[in-house]
Design a protein. Structure first.
Length: 254
């Protein structure tokens, strides 16, 4: 008996950001400790190894204006962009999913399967990559019968992006960006530099923000699949902030 697929292609086509080819793979199961067993979605260039896309700057197609991409380089001694501060480890899940896609391991989801993939589950829009690089109808279908979702985007000011404040938290890299989003009625997910948190602690939070309850600094009180606060303006709550984390957390200074 053939094994059930571990994931499905839920979109393959042009990026809304620059028109270049991308693919979205939704994984059925996840062992991520912070998010728990959410449906994880990887947004990738379909034609370039994700490490090369990041190093060359071609990851704009899937990450847009996110500052955590780093600066493109042609230095042969560098494997990734210079100064990359993204918390996602490129050599783990991202690369595994890309290789699986290239090996043909993921079937294309039918319209009916899109809804069933998210049915009764929490969906993480953009485990890697920015969901606003993907036509919104993909996500609308995927979360149509879901229990909820999480989503984050740096593309709120990108004219061609499929950004929707009801779907996404605005990814804010400093308080000024966050305040600008709040003035528009948007909710934010702000990253606090480690050195700022060490120096100020909870004073680094604005009165409009709450510390991510799934973060280590908040005592890992819950997991993302149970929390559900990061669902844009569909949730009436404070904006969320988190201390920089991942392998490059010390390099992020805001």
């Amino acid at each position: 008996m053939a094994k059930a697929p571990t994931g499905y292609i839920v979109y393959q086509g042009p990026s809304t950001l620059d028109g270049k080819p991308i693919v979205v793979v939704a994984l059925v199961k996840s062992a991520n400790k912070k998010t728990a067993n959410m449906v994880q979605t990887y947004i990738l260039r379909s034609d370039i190894d994700p490490r090369d896309a990041n190093k060359s700057g071609e990851d704009f197609s899937i990450c847009g204006t996110c500052i955590h991409r780093g600066t493109a380089t042609d230095n042969p001694d560098k494997k990734l962009a210079v100064g990359r501060t993204c918390y996602v480890n490129m050599g783990q899940g991202v690369l595994i999913v890309y290789k699986g896609f290239k090996e043909g391991k993921y079937p294309v989801a039918t319209p009916d399967q899109l809804a069933s993939l998210g049915r009764g589950r929490m969906v993480r829009i953009g485990t890697y990559g920015d969901g606003a690089a993907v036509p919104q109808d993909t996500w609308t279908a995927l979360i149509s019968e879901a229990e909820g979702h999480t989503g984050y985007s740096h593309q709120s000011n990108m004219p061609t992006a499929s950004f929707n404040a009801a779907l996404y938290m605005v990814s804010a890299d400093n308080l000024t960006v966050a305040q600008s989003a709040w003035a528009k009625g948007q909710r934010t997910f702000r990253v606090i530099p480690v050195n700022q948190w060490v120096a100020q602690g909870k004073l680094a939070l604005d009165k409009s923000e709450a510390l991510c309850p799934a973060s280590a600094e908040a005592g890992s009180k819950t997991t993302c699949d149970k929390c559900g606060l990061c669902a844009g303006t569909t949730v009436q709550a404070k904006s969320i902030a988190i201390v920089a984390h991942g392998t490059a957390k010390a390099a992020y200074v805001g």
